[in-house]
Design a protein around this ligand. Structure first.
Ligand code: SF4
Ligand code: SF4
Length: 292
């Protein structure tokens, strides 16, 4: 995936949302143990990797999701994080999407020159249920970040975040049901209610997938295929584009990069009914979707 940077792999479970962690599930299939935490060999320096023509693999303006097989603020990764921050510092032209279930560890693990936040970093906290929303979002609101978001996935309980949205600090909310072994149901009523709060506050809301078990109008649906889940989420019409997120990307001299030089995502037929399109970095041209 060209939009994911996994500098380390493996994690320890933290809360209800971790119960059926997809990384543990996929590692088990590969006969690995998700609790084994290690620095990745070939992917650690991905933001600085170059193509044969000398240009960076990650283009200016791309959005890169960080640590999707771990947690960026994991204690076990403390010794590697400074190097990761350094790469984020060197790529001020790239948007970095951080997601954590450990916001209480963030402040003590920011770089010394962080100030009020790097312009190219968005911190998201997971709010899989009301308890975790009320625990993590207030911490997020107190943290010095230029961009903040909330991830309600796996969405395993109704969540109301209106009082947090009213602060004007949260720019994006992503929501999606649970997958894989023992997935817990996601109820469409919860999705509608969370969306309504986002619309009221002009905050982008993206319902990316229903999850394997979806409840709508009292009926329970089993949707094992993620593509179908995404299509169902798309067809539900829940996605809402709120106020724009103003990323101030710049080159290494601190000069703003003209819009014309920034990456423009492109999409394929496959993307037409994809619910993630609103927040997606675009097609990577891997060709997989074209194979029968
Ligand atoms: S924090 Fe994320 S990666 Fe870590 S165990 Fe929980 S769900 Fe898995
Ligand atoms: S919009 Fe297209 S590239 Fe993006 S996640 Fe969906 S199918 Fe993939």
């Amino acid at each position: 995936m060209h939009d994911i940077w996994n500098p380390w792999h493996g994690c320890t479970k933290r809360s209800e949302g971790c119960e059926h962690c997809y990384m543990y599930f996929l590692d088990k299939i590969r006969q690995q143990n998700g609790a084994e935490i290690y620095k990745t060999k070939t992917g650690f320096d991905y933001p600085l990797q170059r193509k044969k023509d000398g240009g960076f693999k990650i283009k200016s303006g791309e959005l890169i999701r960080v640590c999707m097989a771990s947690d960026f603020f994991l204690k076990e990764a403390d010794e590697w994080r400074d190097d990761a921050w350094e790469m984020i510092r060197q790529r001020k032209d790239v948007k970095f999407f951080l997601l954590t279930k450990r916001p209480e560890r963030v402040l003590e693990n920011l770089p010394k020159d962080w100030g009020s936040g790097f312009e190219n970093v968005m911190l998201n906290v997971t709010a899989e249920n009301q308890k975790r929303a009320d625990e993590r979002i207030p911490i997020l609101l107190d943290l010095p970040f230029k961009h903040k978001g909330v991830m309600c996935a796996p969405f395993i309980g109704s969540v109301s975040i209106e009082k947090y949205l009213e602060t004007g600090q949260i720019e994006q909310v992503i929501c999606g049901g649970e997958n894989y072994d023992g997935a817990r149901p996601c109820n469409f009523d919860w999705v509608k209610s969370l969306r309504a709060e986002c619309v009221k506050n002009n905050v982008t809301f993206c319902f990316i997938e229903t999850g394997s078990v979806f409840i709508k109008d009292g009926k329970r649906y089993f949707l094992p295929k993620k593509k179908l889940q995404s299509e169902m989420a798309f067809k539900s019409g829940m996605n809402f584009e709120g106020g724009p997120i103003e990323w101030k990307l710049c080159d290494n001299f601190g000069l703003p990069i003209p819009k014309s030089e920034l990456y423009v995502p492109h999409y394929r037929k496959n993307c037409e009914m994809c619910a993630s399109r609103l927040i997606c970095n675009g097609c990577s041209d891997c060709g997989k979707c074209e194979k029968p």
